[in-house]
Design a protein around this ligand. Structure first.
Ligand code: BDP
Length: 735
């Protein structure tokens, strides 16, 4: 039990002479002592093990370690062991000789011959792979963490620490692991002025003005956290990219970051602006067919590699939402991508070209990525990835998977998920996104007429792609706990874990994260798991149920504004929804059979996507027996009830949670409840006016009436702390 401030003061005051100086001292330090967990350590908490039986086992077997070989990566592994086990056992972990070590960290090739033989079956040929084995050697128990390369040793170390953090059994430990996807990547949408596009957790963690001279400790902890979940690449700046990232000044800053990333196996990408040759060197054009443009990129790429020898490559948003691109010169995406890819290939660099393109020509924009890219399949150079958002529209709460997955058999395709919650509640709402990621990865594409989940296209097993990757748009900022909402950390965590192994279940990942981050008390773990597992569907229900999309405000996307979004929901007095069948935009034709037929028929279309594919009469009979209008009312109210249930569940376990964290989440859940009600009231009020149908009386009366909604809408326009898009605007040339 931690003594309260009052108790301490009373006790001391009973000894008069001590009273004044001690009180003065306590007032100075108490605010720091009682602050609680600030969330900075993320899931790498390493607090002392309180389960005495487990503690004893660890104390007996994990007092000392040996590291075979030397490199910065192995040093990082040793540091992590000392920090991790040192924290959990509350003791110093000693580095000792091979003979005495209880825990051995080594590469396979550095093992003595007899052990190499013994472990032959376990060895993974994957360069990032590792195995962990508990064996008895000459009467002593030893745990081996063995990597194919140094980075495998580090990944194995994090896996081992996770095992202890989640109180896994050590006896007979036998683990063999390697990632399923090659590039597991975070994409930061961080601007060079430190604002973060769609970031809700403060400013960018990259302090460009201090770099390259000052290395913030946070960079190291960022690298540790990423490495612990297997992330091996980051693009540090916004896809709406400033050309300045390519100046020598910034390249030097970037080089300093790579020094921090390298030991942790993290490779650097940057987002570039396609018109950089014009903006930086005054070339008259950025036309990819102009030899001087190719030369410019060659020189720039050479310069980058002379400063950052293991530079990974470029990420490019071109001809999308006002960004410059090859189409400005009548060239195709292939033409644009290949000019950059050619320069990068000379150094084994990679180009990631985004498929998020749409023209705003009044057509159904969800068709654009497929229409633009399918005909280009097979024409990109081998070092080009096409990066495709999970759905065909834009990170909405629920979309069908993007039909580009499966449709580019000769092009490596990188999945792009959003971790930051642009359309899913900012950093105010508790929404566990593993559910969304899994739903997409598990979607059957029926490519080539066979069962083929999106995951098998992403990991290359179905179409034999040589490069594979998964990217997540980061939710990280410079606030103390990195992500704003403490549960938003779980989305960063889950993204990394799924990118490493998409077969893990959302439950499994949630359990790990909870035990590493919040509590080990079984009842509380169960309850939090239930909260997390249900949270995604609640959010879909109170924001955009039944396949509705983009009902959020324009610009900042905070809060509901369905009255401004008619083009997305098409509600009128007869019905609601976007007709994407053959009688409408025919986007359904982009899916293979039997999906096409399934989506085309209103009777067979999954109700969760009904209004994505169909315009449906308000009186349509749903499977529940309700009419569509009644179902909509039910869903919105159900979503709100879901949040209230999460509040109750959370309150029921407050004794098992650190006080500061408990209170923060409790406050946020109250805000989430209010915003869920706001969403429900705004959407139902508006759709009720359009459909001329009343909200059934069985539901609670709205909290927000029309005039309140207007007020809220106005207020939200002025919310400064909600980050908004600040695309880079090309400077006007004056001469
Ligand atoms: C949209 C965001 C916008 C991004 C864009 C993108 O609103 O800020 O720039 O996606 O992915 O969802 O490029």
């Amino acid at each position: 039990m931690i003594p309260t401030e009052k108790w301490i003061i009373n006790t001391i005051c009973s000894k008069r002479s001590l009273c004044f100086p001690v009180i003065l001292f306590l007032f100075t330090i108490l605010p720091f002592l009682s602050r609680g967990d600030d969330g900075y350590r993320l899931w790498l908490k390493y607090d002392k093990i309180t389960d005495t039986a487990y503690y004893r086992v660890c104390q007996q077997h994990l007092q000392s370690f040996t590291i075979v070989g030397s490199s910065k990566t192995l040093e990082a592994a040793a540091k992590e062991i000392k920090k991790g086990l040192g924290g959990m056992l509350a003791t110093d972990i000693k580095e000792v000789s091979f003979r005495d070590g209880q825990l051995i960290l080594t590469k396979y090739k550095d093992l003595p011959v007899r052990l190499k033989k013994q472990f032959r079956q376990d060895n993974s040929s994957h360069e990032e792979g590792y195995f962990i084995r508990d064996i008895e050697e000459k009467g002593k128990r030893k745990i081996f963490i063995v990597g194919q390369e140094d980075i495998g040793v580090l990944y194995g170390t994090f896996h081992f620490l996770r095992t202890v953090q989640t109180r896994g059994r050590l006896e007979g430990l036998s683990i063999r692991n390697a990632p399923k996807v090659q590039w597991r990547m975070l994409n930061h949408w961080d601007n060079l002025n430190r604002t973060v596009e769609r970031g809700y957790a403060g400013l960018s963690i990259w302090k460009w003005d201090e770099l390259p001279n000052k290395i913030d400790e946070r960079y190291v902890d960022y690298a540790r956290a990423n490495s612990s979940i297997g992330i091996n690449a980051v693009a540090v700046n916004n896809v709406n990219a400033s050309p300045n990232i390519l100046t020598q000044e910034y390249l030097e800053k970037l080089a300093a970051l790579t020094e921090v990333f390298r030991p942790y196996g993290i490779r650097l990408f940057i987002s570039i602006n396609f018109a950089s040759p014009k903006a930086l060197s005054g070339l008259p054009t950025a036309d990819p067919f102009e030899p001087e443009v190719q030369r410019w990129w060659d020189n720039k790429v050479d310069e980058i590699y002379s400063i950052i020898p293991d530079f990974a490559g470029f990420l490019v948003k071109a001809n999308s939402e006002g960004q410059p691109g090859p189409q400005d010169y009548g060239r195709s995406h292939v033409d644009g991508a290949n000019v950059l890819a050619r320069s990068l290939a000379r150094h084994n660099g990679i180009l990631i070209w985004r498929a998020f393109v749409y023209e705003n020509k009044g057509n159904d924009r969800v068709k654009d990525p497929y229409d633009e890219f399918v005909s280009l399949d097979g024409q990109f150079l081998p070092n080009v990835f096409v990066q495709t958002k999970n759905g065909p529209l834009d990170f909405q709460p629920r979309e069908p998977y993007s039909p580009l997955f499966g449709a580019l058999p000769s092009t490596p395709q990188m999945m792009e998920f959003q971790i930051t919650q642009e359309y899913t509640g900012f950093s105010t709402h508790l929404v566990y996104l593993a559910k969304l990621y899994k739903e997409v990865l598990d979607s059957d594409t029926y490519t080539d007429g066979q069962h083929a989940p999106v995951a098998q296209i992403v990991d290359g097993t179905l179409q034999g792609q040589s490069m594979t990757g998964m990217a997540g748009v980061s939710n990280i900022g410079d606030v103390q706990n990195w992500t704003g909402h403490p549960f938003a950390q779980a989305n960063w965590y889950t993204f990394g874990r799924l990118a490493w192994d998409h077969e893990l279940s959302s439950k499994q990942i949630a359990k790990e994260w909870i035990e590493m981050t919040l509590t080990h008390e079984p009842k509380a773990v169960e309850t939090i798991m239930a909260i997390m597992e249900s949270s995604y569907e609640h959010m879909v229900n109170y924001m955009m149920p039944l396949g509705l999309t983009v009902l959020s405000s324009g610009g900042h996307h905070y809060g509901p504004q369905p009255w401004q979004r008619a083009g997305f929901h098409n509600a009128n007095k007869d019905g609601i929804g976007y007709n994407r069948t053959s009688t409408g935009s025919n986007a359904v034709a982009q899916y293979t059979e039997p999906l096409r037929r399934k989506f085309e028929q209103v009777e067979t279309c999954p109700e969760s996507l009904l209004l994505w594919f169909h315009h449906v009469p308000w009186s349509y009979h749903m499977r529940s027996g309700r009419t569509l209008w009644e179902e909509l009312c039910f869903k919105y109210n159900d979503g709100v009830d879901g949040v209230r249930q999460m509040q109750q569940q959370w309150r029921a376990i407050h004794h098992q949670i650190d006080t500061a964290t408990f209170e923060q989440v409790d406050r946020l859940l109250a805000e989430q409840e209010d915003e869920a009600v706001w969403w429900r009231d705004a959407c139902l009020e508006y759709f009720s006016q359009i459909s001329k149908l009343a909200i059934p009386t069985e539901y609670e009366a709205p909290r927000y009436k029309e005039e309140d909604l207007k007020k809220k809408e106005k207020q939200s326009q002025n919310l400064k702390h909600y980050s908004v898009a600040r695309p880079y605007v090309m400077p006007q040339k004056t001469n």
